[in-house]
Design a protein around this ligand. Structure first.
Ligand SMILES: [Zn+2]
Length: 338
């Protein structure tokens, strides 16, 4: 089959590779209904994260099971499934505590930017739907696999409550999903920080009540203005740079919570400043598996349409252009048909 390989920074190719096969009795093979490029794929693409040789790209996926290993019990061929980018057993103490992304058997999914993929720990990782979904639902279901699940975790970790004032730092796909999540959780006010007209528009569509285009000190001052000098109850940090983290902490009120899901690159904290700031912080790779059944239900019920975040659709043969478009911020998120 053809699949997506990253040879190094800026060098993504669609090339022939061996078809995936069952390697362990707990594996499943799925035929993808669609796949996509993640904002986190841009870190190695931009040379900001080391890569060693051609890497099989892709960790967001949904599709139909075609084969399962001998020990797989809960999913079977023919079922439509969605799984998280984190592989988990769903049975260990961390999974049972809701932190599937720290599963004792954790692996990170790879190789999903392809027509077929191997999913380890299929029983714990995959969630099957009762019926095969219609084609128009595929982008929305695909979004639950990572981008929505991560935005949802940001809101959950930031302790978003009914009526809360929420600030979302970052207008990438995850930030936009954070806006949607905060709205679903009943936030009273959702302030999206974005400088880009198309992303501002989408943020408003997903539920943002205010847009702040300024960033850094000016952005912090605007948030203080909008919140009567208090700061936000909940802040979602969806970027992962020092500037965005500093902004997120400063936009929060004392006792407020910050959910941070942008993978930190060069971010440091100063203990004494954190001590006196009095902020709650929870971050990390999202335990998407915890949220998947609920998110899938919301999509199937037509309640949310997270797939609107895909503003570029390309065939697998043009995957390299999908990376370029996201790198140059011409696209928010690229859906790849396989
Ligand atoms: Zn586990």
């Amino acid at each position: 089959m053809l699949a997506t390989l990253m040879y190094g920074p800026g060098d993504v190719r669609c090339e022939a590779v061996d078809d995936p096969r069952i390697l362990k009795p707990t594996d499943a093979i799925i035929k993808l209904s669609a796949t996509c490029i993640c904002g986190s794929d841009l870190w190695p693409y931009r040379g900001l994260q080391p890569t060693d040789g051609p890497a099989h790209m892709g960790h967001e996926y949904c599709g139909v099971v075609v084969e399962v290993g001998s020990e797989v019990k809960t999913v079977r061929p023919g079922q439509f499934v969605v799984g998280s980018f984190c592989i988990s057993d769903n049975t260990c103490p961390h999974c049972r505590f809701g932190f599937h992304s720290s599963c004792v058997q954790r692996e990170f999914m790879s190789g999903a930017q392809a027509p077929y993929a191997r999913v380890p720990l299929a029983d714990g990782t995959l969630v099957a739907t009762a019926e095969l979904p219609s084609a128009d639902l595929i982008p929305h279901l695909l979004a639950t696999s990572d981008v929505l699940g991560t935005g949802w975790y940001a809101a959950d970790a930031a302790n978003v409550r009914a009526g809360a004032t929420v600030v979302v730092v970052g207008d990438g796909a995850v930030g936009l999903m954070g806006v949607l999540a905060a709205r679903e959780m009943g936030a009273g006010r959702i302030i999206a920080m974005s400088r880009h007209a198309t992303r501002q528009k989408l943020a408003a569509e997903f539920g943002a009540t205010d847009i702040v285009a300024e960033r850094g000190d000016e952005g912090i001052a605007r948030i203080k203005d909008l919140t009567g000098g208090v700061g936000a109850d909940s802040v979602l940090e969806c970027v992962g740079t020092q500037q965005s983290m500093t902004q997120a902490i400063a936009c929060s009120r004392p006792g407020g919570s910050i959910g941070y899901v942008g993978v930190p690159h060069g971010v440091t904290f100063e203990g004494e400043a954190m001590f006196f700031a009095q902020r709650r912080m929870l971050g990390g790779p999202a335990p998407v598996r915890r949220f998947l059944p609920d998110l899938i239900d919301r999509v199937l019920a037509g309640r949310i349409k997270p797939g609107k975040v895909f503003d570029l659709k390309l065939p697998l043969s043009e995957v390299a252009e999908g990376y370029r478009a996201m790198d140059e911020r011409r696209a928010i998120k690229t859906l790849i048909t396989v």
